[in-house]
Design a protein around this ligand. Structure first.
Ligand SMILES: NC(=O)c1ccc[n+]([C@@H]2O[C@H](COP(=O)([O-])OP(=O)(O)OC[C@H]3O[C@@H](n4cnc5c(N)ncnc54)[C@H](O)[C@@H]3O)[C@@H](O)[C@H]2O)c1
Length: 399
């Protein structure tokens, strides 16, 4: 049987830092076939193809690029790339948040399995439409919440479900990306009318609290500070969200593109959950930024946000030298893609009559976020968008 082909739509930061290297590694292992990347601009595809980091790690590998030459931006070119793909291959969606829905739907209409970066969609009805379309065609749609594959999340989930912590009551989480993100392509899309810091990155911790506790959110209020990107576009670059859960618990989430460039680490992030048992308290506290490593280099690397004194995370995504040509990707960012792609390949290899049961099992196990088992994420995002545009008013919802 021919190996599954993979088409990635979008070739920006997450494509470079996590998705393409994971796909290249599967290709090197002989688990997937050809890889194609489609962006709206040739310059994006070229930059990805010429990346020194990727060349060093995967010296013998390359992808087919759309577009393949200079020209005007082609925002609809992904439809051509999809049409060129045989049915039931894998499409990775890595475009800005507001484009996830049309690109995922177009991929499903071409009968493709879909891995979509978070958040799946900005409206619950869009996620429901994706779910219906995928089910009708017995296709996998997986939303890539890689924090789920951090062992500390899996440890907390297992212990919580063994009742080791009692019940979550009050917590806080934060994830602030570095200031330099303001100068990136984000200024073209993370603007007030489309997205905000909570929608972009806060959804990780909402998802994680459900993943660990099984609780469901019921209301959200998001206060956003309006600020401007360097290109003058207005954006909610600082947000403070309050998420209420179905047991009355409350999670505060702070987000921003605001962590100082000169501070160590690629961002700041972490989570504290206070829990209650019978007349006794319990605690889950994760420092997701400082993971015990301190490096001080001789010189500052030219990479944006790089510092001389650094606290690198060994856990999200790193390249290690395990011998042979190139480097091997490791970390939960890699494991997450591995788990999802493996599930797609397994389901595709199964007899057609068994695929729906396997899809039910995938929804039921809850390890991968699917449109069916993670509707709460789109509900929070839709309500959060309403709230932030309305000055932080609480918005309740039903799932
Ligand atoms: N921690 C995470 O899980 C995480 C981290 C970063 C980004 N993301 C998500 O990934 C998505 C992309 O983020 P990014 O950081 O790579 O952003 P980015 O701005 O660096 O890249 C976006 C890419 O989309 C491409 N694109 C835009 N319109 C297109 C179109 N019509 N057709 C084809 N390509 C198109 C652009 O060319 C660009 O390559 C966002 O939804 C973001 O929320 C997730």
């Amino acid at each position: 049987m021919a190996l599954s082909q993979v088409l990635m739509v979008g070739g920006g930061m997450i494509a470079h830092d996590q998705l393409l290297p994971s796909l290249y590694h599967f290709q090197r292992q002989g688990r997937i076939g050809e890889i194609a990347v489609c962006a709206s601009r040739f310059s994006t595809v070229r930059a990805l193809a010429e990346s020194e980091t990727l060349r060093r790690a995967f010296p013998a590998q390359s992808f087919r690029g759309y577009p393949d030459r200079e020209g005007a931006p082609q925002p609809e070119l992904y439809r051509e790339a999809l049409a060129a793909l045989p049915p039931r291959q894998i499409v990775v969606v890595a475009v800005p948040d507001q484009l996830h829905y049309p690109v995922v739907m177009a991929a499903l209409e071409c009968n493709q399995h879909v891995l979509c970066v978070k958040p799946l969609a900005l409206a619950s009805r869009h996620a429901a439409a994706i779910e219906r379309e995928a089910r009708a065609r017995a296709l996998v749609v997986a939303i890539e919440y890689h924090k789920r594959f951090d062992d500390r999340s899996l440890m907390a989930r297992r212990k919580y479900r063994e009742a080791a912590f009692g019940e979550f009551r009050l917590g806080s989480a934060r994830l602030l990306e570095k200031w330099y993100y303001r100068h990136s392509n984000f200024q073209n899309w993370m603007t007030v009318e489309h997205s905000d810091a909570f929608t972009y990155i806060g959804c990780h911790y909402v998802d994680l609290v459900h993943f660990i506790t099984g609780l469901l959110p019921v209301a959200v209020s998001v206060y956003g500070v309006r600020d401007r990107f360097p290109n003058g576009q207005q954006a909610f670059l600082w947000t403070d969200a309050r998420v209420i859960w179905n047991n009355g618990a409350c999670l505060n989430v702070q987000n921003g593109l605001s962590f100082p460039d000169d501070a160590p680490g690629t961002n700041t992030q972490g989570m504290t959950l206070y829990c209650a048992g019978p007349d006794i308290g319990a605690l889950i506290e994760h420092s997701d930024q400082y993971r015990g490593l301190k490096h001080s280099y001789l010189t500052r690397s030219a990479d944006p946000g790089a510092t001389i004194y650094a606290e690198p995370s060994p856990d999200y995504f790193q390249y290690v030298d395990l011998g042979g040509a190139g480097l091997t990707p490791v970390g939960y960012g890699f494991r997450s893609i591995d788990y999802i792609v493996s599930a797609m390949l397994r389901i595709e290899a199964a007899p057609a009559a068994e695929r729906r049961q396997l899809l039910d099992d995938l929804d039921g196990s809850g390890l991968i976020a699917t449109p069916r088992n993670s509707r709460y994420n789109e509900a929070v995002i839709e309500a959060g968008r309403q709230s932030i545009l309305d000055g932080g008013r609480e918005v309740k919802f039903e799932l």
